[in-house]
Write a protein that binds this ligand. Structure first.
Ligand code: B1M
Length: 227
């Protein structure tokens, strides 16, 4: 039954069926399906398929925007159901999407997961110049900075962020983690990040690991959570 609902959700996202999706989201909530599983196996898969249709030219920007809005709303409703977890000490992490990039669904999920795991995740939005990450992290007295990136073209911004932190002589002050569909673990290593996670759930595990066993920044090798 769960698998059936998940495939209906994927179909509703792909077919841009707004009303159908809203009903299915209600069904997920009412039947008590695990929201984490629903986000990962249904909504995320649906929006990824829309991305593939966009890539091959079957869908255009308006379809991409509509699907994204539908998924964003549904995911926001689902996120309210994720139970809070426990961590021993509350740490702060400033998170944004890099300059030139306005994708925020994944970043928002990372923030939700971190918040539900007891971390204080401060959202600095999208299209963030490197100094915005650093200034806000200083203002908030944060422990970590997280940069999300979905476009190959803007991945160098993550590198620039680390370079700028070094230039401002703050590299030993902040741990820096990177993620987003445009990058991978090898890139994280190349640019000298302290950690990389492939998914939002992975990001919460990564932050927890960095807090408990990471050592002071910069780490000689990034911690990688490839799940
Ligand atoms: Co855009 N887009 N888009 N788009 N879009 C992609 C990324 C693309 C792969 C689509 C494609 O061509 N197949 C492609 C990028 C190609 C590339 O560079 N490699 C692309 C393009 C080209 C563009 C435009 C340039 C299109 C145009 O204008 N011609 C434009 C760029 C605008 C800009 O940013 N300047 C554009 C615009 C848009 C919309 C506005 C329409 C919309 C975004 C709406 C929004 O975010 N509010 C959109 C969407 C929806 C997508 C796709 C279809 C879906 C992205 C998404 O939300 N995925 C995407 C295709 C795809 O990814 N297959 C695509 C679901 C989300 C849950 O996953 O964001 O990957 P994701 O996040 C994951 C992980 O990556 C990870 O955790 C999340 C959950 O597990 N993660 C982190 C993310 N951040 C992390 C940070 C961490 C750790 C983990 O630590 C800090």
């Amino acid at each position: 039954m769960q698998e059936e609902i998940f495939s209906k959700i994927q179909k509703a996202v792909i077919e841009l069926d707004e009303q159908g999706l809203a009903k299915l989201t209600e069904e997920v909530i009412e039947t008590g399906i695990d929201p984490v599983e629903a986000i990962e196996k249904a909504y995320t898969v649906g929006i990824q398929k829309v991305g593939e249709l966009f890539e091959v030219g079957d869908y255009f920007l308006p379809e991409l925007v509509k699907a994204a809005e539908m998924v964003k709303e549904a995911v926001a409703n689902m996120e309210k159901l994720i139970p809070p977890g426990k961590v021993t000490r509350k740490r702060k992490i400033v998170i944004g999407t890099v300059a030139g990039d306005i994708h925020d669904i994944g970043k928002n999920l990372v923030i939700t997961w971190l918040s539900t795991r007891g971390f204080e995740a401060i959202d600095i939005g999208v299209d963030c110049p490197v100094d915005r990450f650093i200034d806000r992290a200083l203002e908030e007295n944060a422990d970590m900075i997280g940069a999300s990136c979905l476009l190959t073209m803007t991945a160098p911004q993550q590198k620039e962020l680390i370079e700028r932190i070094k230039e401002r002589e703050l590299r030993e002050r902040f741990r820096v983690i990177v993620g987003g569909a445009a990058i991978d673990a090898a890139w994280a290593e190349e640019i000298g990040a302290d950690g990389y996670a492939r998914t939002a759930v992975g990001a919460s595990q990564l932050v927890k690991k960095l807090v408990t066993e990471g050592g002071p920044p910069p780490l000689p090798q990034p911690l990688i959570i490839n799940q």
